[in-house]
Unconditional design. Structure first.
Lengths: 141, 469
């Protein structure tokens, strides 16, 4: 009888740990990751899938379902690595400053709540100031 | 015999002189009648001129630029990165003084053109100084302050709560926040000081401050299935940094049953302690009534003057011809009243708003502590009603504030938005927008320790108070 209850407890603990692991945002994700839900995340900045900027400092902003955990990933060495993780409050509004590197920055924003996961991909191309000046120079001439 | 006559004449002459001096004192200096009971009312102009020769005018400091046009924050931007100056910051005062000089220069001569929203948004991210006022102002009001001549364009450049100054190309941009129109006022001027300020922004600073439009909070998202939120005015500054603000406590400036102070206040309102009828209410509120005027002072320092005849009241003086004149004169009168109980360091008064009610104007002033307005019992601390050139009603809580030694970490804007949604979000209809968010101290008359709140202003004119710490 005792052995049976021990096994039950062990099974419960394992299943609980597995469920936690399944719901918590992983630190690393493959590039082809996909979610299982929609309508829980809106990314307003960057507003479109790909933007160009010459600012290295950028804000990732948007709305998520109240209480959702939002994780921001950046693509590095063929996978997405988590760079920010936070829980949104009652407003669902979030603004997270991130420092980007010059060139192409592939970002993935993940929201998860109650087992529902949604991903939004954004690309920010950070132009070099010199490149920007070069363009300005061309337009002047 | 001759000596006796001489003494009699001397005594009589002295008596005549003293009676003339004392009578003139009573008539012109003490003025023991109220305006409504003036025996010389048939020719009050002549008597007021004569009496002004005898009366000592109180020393009134004219209202300063900052007291009328009070920016809640200044945002300095360069290369998309910005830093914010609040009235509690040391740098705020000199930068605001530079802005005043630039405005002064602009009002000498400028060209006005209208520009689009997209161009304005680009300029906001360029090297610029963004001046964010607490309340709407107008070019007519600013022009009057700087002594500029009235121009036809002034009638359109109204409801201005923000100005943008671009020092690289001398121009000031003003946005009418009702019509959404943006005006570029270009001028020739030395912008060296503001250029130095915008150049001081470090490219590598974190983006703690940004406009709502940069975060996409002013537009409906393209993805219509996503979570819905209230839209924000595009030019609200999103501040995700935390601020340390000292906690304060109230200081009563009027002691209970302080007849000496009461007498001084009565004098301010052209009443006399010896000539007015007095009675006290159950709670100790002192009431003074003299002909057409009534002054109440309660134990919490609340002072209320009412002229019981609209034709009477306190004369503000000649030359009141514009709304700016009304604000200025009302403000100067407030300064005069504050002279009775001088404000401790760190306290001050700033103009809040002007409301028109028929022929009357209501001028509101806020008390500030360390540059942050204090809302007293959910309203402005001073309300002055002006009818023509007369004050017919005056209300003020004669209180001040001081540090209680504690520092408060004030919630950042996103946390404040969360608190706002907890209390209001579900009530919001789709059309209501958030038009402004700022910090104030909030004193309800009882709270000993006065902390900071966030005020969320909505497009339906509601203001929601949210806990700040």
């Amino acid at each position: 009888m005792k052995t049976v209850s021990k096994i039950t407890v062990l099974m419960l603990v394992i299943s609980l740990m597995m469920s936690v692991c399944a719901f918590a945002a992983p630190d690393v994700l493959p590039l082809d990751v996909s979610g299982n839900a929609g309508g829980i995340l809106t990314v307003t900045n960057p507003a479109s899938a790909s933007i160009s900027s010459y600012d290295k400092q950028h804000n990732i902003s948007g709305y998520a379902a109240s209480g959702a955990t939002v994780t921001i990933y950046s693509a590095m060495s063929g996978r997405y690595c988590a760079i920010r993780r936070f829980t949104v409050g009652a407003s669902g509004v979030f603004v997270q400053p991130v420092t980007l590197s010059r060139g192409r920055n592939d970002l993935l924003i993940r929201a998860d709540i109650n087992g529902q996961v949604q991903y939004v991909k954004r690309t920010v191309n950070v132009l070099s100031i010199n490149f920007f000046n070069l363009l300005k120079g061309f337009s002047l001439n | 015999m001759k000596l006796r006559e001489f003494f009699k004449t001397l005594i009589l002459t002295a008596l005549v002189i003293s009676s003339v001096v004392l009578a003139s004192k009573i008539w012109f200096s003490e003025e023991l009648w109220s305006d409504g009971y003036n025996s010389f009312s048939y020719n009050s102009f002549i008597f007021s001129k004569i009496s002004s020769l005898f009366r000592k005018e109180p020393k009134v400091r004219s209202l300063e630029y900052n007291q009328i046009f009070f920016p809640k924050q200044l945002m300095i931007t360069n290369s998309g990165v910005a830093y914010l100056l609040n009235p509690t910051d040391e740098e705020y005062v000199p930068v605001n003084e530079d802005i005043k000089q630039v405005l002064d220069r602009m009002f000498e001569d400028f060209n006005v053109t209208e520009i689009g929203n997209d161009e304005f948004k680009k300029l906001c991210k360029a090297p610029s100084v963004f001046v964010d006022f607490y309340n709407n102002t107008s070019f007519k009001m600013l022009g009057d302050y700087f002594g500029a001549e009235d121009r036809a364009e002034f009638s359109e450049i109204i409801n201005i709560r923000q100005l943008l100054i671009t020092p690289e190309e001398p121009a000031i941009y003003a946005r009418n926040n009702q019509s959404g129109k943006i005006y570029r006022c270009s001028f020739n001027g030395d912008m060296e000081k503001l250029l130095k300020i915008t150049d001081s922004v470090s490219e590598n600073s974190q983006r703690l401050y940004s406009y709502a439009f940069e975060n996409g909070f002013d537009l409906l998202p393209e993805d219509s299935n996503g979570p819905k939120r209230m839209l924000l005015d595009p030019y609200i500054i999103i501040n995700i940094g935390e601020t340390d603000i000292p906690e304060t406590e109230a200081v009563m400036l009027i002691k209970e049953k302080d007849s000496e102070t009461h007498a001084k206040f009565l004098e301010m309102f052209n009443m006399g302690i010896n000539t007015s009828r007095y009675f006290s209410e159950k709670d100790g509120t002192a009431n003074y009534i003299e002909n057409y005027a009534k002054l109440r002072i309660n134990k919490f320092g609340y002072l209320e003057y009412t002229s019981m005849d609209e034709l009477k009241g306190l004369e503000l003086g000649e030359g009141i011809s514009s709304e700016y004149d009304i604000i200025k004169s009302a403000g100067e009168f407030l300064e005069q009243v504050n002279g009775v109980c001088p404000l401790p360091e760190g306290n001050g008064y700033v103009f809040n708003r002007l409301e028109k009610d028929g022929d009357k104007y209501r001028v509101y002033f806020d008390i500030t502590y360390n540059g942050i307005p204090v809302i007293v019992g959910s309203q402005s601390n001073v309300e002055i009603t002006v009818d023509g050139t007369k004050i017919v009603s005056y209300k003020q809580s004669v209180i001040a504030f001081k540090d209680n030694g504690k520092k408060l970490k004030v919630k950042n804007m996103i946390t404040a938005l969360d608190a706002f949604y907890s209390v209001y979000g579900t009530k919001a209809s789709g059309d209501v927008k958030i038009t402004d968010m700022y910090n104030t101290y909030y004193y309800n008359g009882n709270n000993k320790n006065i902390g900071v709140k966030w005020i969320v202003s909505l497009s339906n004119n509601e203001q929601v108070v949210v806990e700040g710490k």
